[in-house]
Design a binder for this molecule. Sequence first.
Ligand code: 4AD
Ligand code: MG
Length: 457
Amino acid sequence: MRTKIKDILHAKKIVGQTVTVSGWVRTVRDQKSFAFIEINDGSTLANLQIVFDSSLPSYAELLPQITTGASLSVTGPLVESPGKNQALEIKAQSIHIHGPCSAERYPLQKKRHSFEFLRTIAHLRPRTNTQGAVLRVRNALSFATHLFFQQRGFIYVQTPIITGSDAEGGGQMFRVTTLDPMAANKDYSKDFFGKPAFLTVSGQLEGEIVACALSDIYTFGPTFRAENSNTSRHLAEFWMIEPEMAFADLPADMECAESYLKFCVKYALEHCFDDLEFFDKFIENGLVQRLQHVADSPFVHLTYTKAIEILLKAPKQFEFPVEWGCDLQSEHERFLAEEHCKKPVILTDYPAQIKAFYMRANTDGKTVAAMDILVPKIGEIIGGSQREERLDVLEKKIAAMGLKKEDYWWYLELREFGSVPHAGFGLGFERLVLFITGMENIRDVIPFPRFPGSAEF
Ligand code: 4AD
Ligand code: MG
């Protein structure tokens, strides 16, 4: 039976025990009387060293086929390694090559490749150290997400991917249709769903439906935005976690969001330490210390109005000018989190006109009970709010924003039949992975990124 490299290195398999290990060759060093082969199986960052002795009968035939990228299984006893880079190695008794790999054609040779180049070979990039580490951290953060919400008694809900409603009221949606794309004057009443349909931008509105029955719920699914944002923080397809809590106000929402972020950071520090050390060494120096600081200290709270005052006094020239009522740009968000507060900041009470229709109106008549969490390097990582639960106020807002009441009839009925104060937020999963790995570009923290002009794999 095959043993994973992680189990050998972390579970401390006993020296002398015979094991079978399978993986892909990273390097081969021919020392004449024997060869060192390093293999990796993706279970952990570390490779396992194999000593292949020339006294084995298959040596001369197999060695030329053991090249970088080839896949193989090795059986032999685990022995203590005299080398300084590893504690254990395998003394091969037999080697089976599953798939050879052309040394001339294989693109992943020893040198470090740029992340841009690796995106063009998304079918091979999971075999690099960086992408392997990203995917293991991503996996751990998915698990941590379920753990956090399940421990708090939240119910996991699957909301639809194809939808007829625009949850953010922003209109940046991909259309889903079976009508002839070439036809002029399309009649959507004859389309598959009998009306226009889109890929969802958020599961929130459906999440609210279920929260208004089961109290605390969360979604974790793909979301789609057709905005033409060619930035290192935007994807056309990204994953979002959206908790929604009935009988909750904005302070409860902020408490949940801060605890969740900290839980994820601590979980990664505890369960992915090898990978985080790798990111600390090669991607962002000081990463582990930064994460420990995030886990240990309370987030800063500021109102939007106060943030505007800080930005107006900032000793910095921004590309986009600042005034009360403007939507904050990434440069403003990053200044607040990175330079002014030097830690995550929760901004609250944004002007109503720059936020979605569903956010609860404050008594000042100008702002809404919104909160965004901004973090160093990234800017907005979480967006949330208390929801408008008052039917008359919500109807007026929908009209004022130029949206059609008929499109939201069911959302309005929730306010008619046993309405409750409720609140929730959305966390962009890839932005969380950026934050925790220190990676620079969102296209490198999802295995198959979708962005304008790119959907090859
Ligand atoms: O602020 P957003 O648009 O909020 C919502 O969608 C609400 N329905 C959430 C809620 O209250 N339930 O998006 C939430 C988060 C952002 O803070 C950001 O982290 C991420 O989703 N996000 C993106 N991530 C990658 N690419 C994009 N194009 C993103 N747009 C938003
Ligand atoms: Mg937002």
